[in-house]
Every structure is written in C-alpha cells, then in structure tokens.
Design a protein around this ligand. Structure first.
Ligand SMILES: Nc1ncnc2c1ncn2[C@@H]1O[C@H](COP(=O)(O)OP(=O)(O)OP(=O)(O)O)[C@@H](O)[C@H]1O
Length: 293
C-alpha cells in the first residue's frame, strides 16, 4: 500500500506574472515525490477553484494548494472549510495577505519547502453576510477601492497605491449603527475593517494585534479621515502600529451594522456588492492549513 499523501495544486492562470509552465515545472522539480502523489489542475473561470477544492476534499485528498493571490486562496479555502483537507499556498498574487500572515515564503521554491515539511494547524475564518473570508473583510473605503480595482485592467501594488491616493480625499464617510459586544452606537464610517489576519496584504497592517487562531475578530473603525489622519493611518499601517489617533479598535466574535443607504463591502479584497445590513462573525478553527513549523 502507498504511504504517499495526495496533493492537488489549483492554479489560477490569470493571477500573478508567472506563466503556468513555470509553476508546473517548479512543482515537478521541488515537490517531495516520496511523500506526495500530486496532480495539477487549472481554473477555467472565477469561482471554479471552490468546486475543484471541494471535489478534492470529498475524495479525501490530504492537501489542496491555492496557486494565486488572495482571491484564489479565498476560493480554495471556502471549498475546504470544516474538512480534514489542509489548505497550502503557493503565493502568486500582488498582496498575498494570508501567505504573509502565516509566514509562508513568497517564492515558489520556499513555499514548496513548507509543503514538503507538511506541518499543519487550524485557523479561524470570518464570514460577512454569508461570504467566508480569511484575511479581512470591510465596508466603506476599502470596499470602494476593491470595486474600482476589480474594473481596472492593470493590477499590482503600484496601480493599487495610485488608486488609493487618487480616491482617498474624494470618498465621504457615511452614518452607520453598529452593535459590538452588546453595545449599540451610532457613528460615522469611512472604513470599518473586520480582520482575521493582521494585514490586507503587502504588509499593510490594518489590525496589527490580530491573531488568526484566537476565535476573535479585530475590528478597526475609521470614523472620518482628513489628509493629516490619512498620512498617520498609512504610516501606522506600514510600520505595524495601532493608529489610535485616527482609528478605534475592538475585539469581538460578531458585529452587526446597519446603514441608511447601501454601502459597499468586500471579502479578502474581492468586491461583494452593496448592502445596508451587515452580519459579520467568526468561525473558530474552521480551516486546516499547512504552515511553517
Ligand atoms: N481562469 C480564470 N479566469 C478568470 N478569472 C479567474 C480564473 N480563475 C480565477 N479567477 C478569478 O481571479 C480573481 C483574482 O485572482 P487572485 O486574487 O488570485 O489574483 P490577483 O488578482 O493577480 O492577485 P491579487 O489579488 O493579489 O492582486 C479571483 O478572485 C478569481 O475569481
């Protein structure tokens, strides 16, 4: 009988700059063949990775690897929730928030070394209006940026930063009613970010204290933003500090938000649409992941 573990690589051919040939060749070269029997499949359309991951989990596959950015990681991970199949990541996006949070190397060879060791652990996931997320979700400006970014043909960090700089002073806060830890309050909302992982990606830390295994959601509320506060917030995010001058932080396992007019929301950087009621909660230790020891 074979003692090999089974592993399926799901490659999003549209994410990141590398060609599909490169990744498949690197997998063939660096994966431990004594330990793993592997197969490689490619996504054909948005959403396909979830079906491919579910199918692998149903067949009892030991590990499913998301090869792409946080959008691909989200689609694969949601197909593996509450299963015995572990998610691994070969980071190929521009932000790589979950890979960075889990300290997975950002190069394919290094990430394959972590898979070859095969050490696993369980992490929490979040859920916003029925959509699972693994790094962050949010309402307000960050969701607005994800909506503009989605329609932009150019990707990458430079495009993202240019977009934020162009839009940050134009976007206006909106009134919300939030329920957190039993207290109900009215507030302005420029951004309300719900963090499972500490960062959005690219080492931009929206919730520096977030622990992905504590069963808690770290909420960062920015009520209003002017130029000085925007600079301070950006500086704190990039230096992994709490921006107590411009933001408030809460820890909770669930948040309810109501808004007078519909407002945009995102899950793991993917634009989800608009809503006027938001229900956000944690699902503790719901995903098995391959992590550095
Ligand atoms: N074959 C495909 N064709 C078109 N879109 C796809 C395909 N496979 C997956 N997608 C979509 O591509 C989206 C973006 O993928 P992903 O986030 O992994 O890459 P990226 O945009 O290059 O990275 P980043 O988000 O870090 O910039 C995913 O949300 C997914 O829905």
């Amino acid at each position: 009988m074979s003692h090999q573990s089974t592993i399926r690589f799901i490659i999003n051919p549209t994410s990141g700059p590398k060609s599909r040939q490169d990744v498949a060749a690197l997998i063939a070269l660096h994966l431990d063949k004594n330990k793993y029997r592997h197969e490689i499949v490619y996504t054909a359309h948005a959403g396909h990775a979830t079906d491919l991951a579910k199918e692998a989990a149903d067949k009892g596959c030991n590990i499913v690897v998301a090869v792409g950015g946080d959008g691909t990681v989200n689609e694969v991970a949601r197909g593996l929730l509450y299963s015995e199949t572990a998610l691994a990541i070969l980071p190929k996006g521009s932000g790589n928030g979950l890979a960075r949070h889990l300290l997975v190397p950002l190069n394919i060879k290094g990430a394959l070394r972590i898979i070859n060791r095969g050490y696993t652990s369980f992490i929490d996931s979040g859920n916003i209006n029925g959509h699972p997320f693994f790094t962050t979700a949010g309402i307000g400006f960050d969701a607005y940026i994800s909506s503009v970014f989605a329609g932009n043909s150019k990707r990458g960090l430079k495009t993202y930063v240019q977009l934020v700089l162009k839009e940050v002073m134009k976007y206006r806060h909106l009134p919300i009613k939030a329920t957190i830890n039993g207290s109900v309050f009215d507030s302005d909302c420029y951004v309300m970010a719900f963090a499972n992982a500490a960062q959005y990606g690219n080492n931009a830390y929206i919730a520096p204290m977030a622990n992905i295994q504590d069963g808690m959601l770290d909420v960062c509320l920015v009520r209003q933003l002017n130029f000085r506060k925007a600079l301070h917030l950006s500086y704190c995010m990039l230096t992994k500090q709490l921006a107590t001058d411009s933001a408030e932080y809460f820890q909770t396992n669930a948040v309810e938000v109501e808004t007078e007019q519909e407002i945009m929301y995102h899950a793991d950087g993917d634009f989800m649409g608009k809503a006027s009621r938001f229900s956000v909660h944690m699902e503790p230790k719901s995903l098995k992941v391959v992590v550095p020891a």
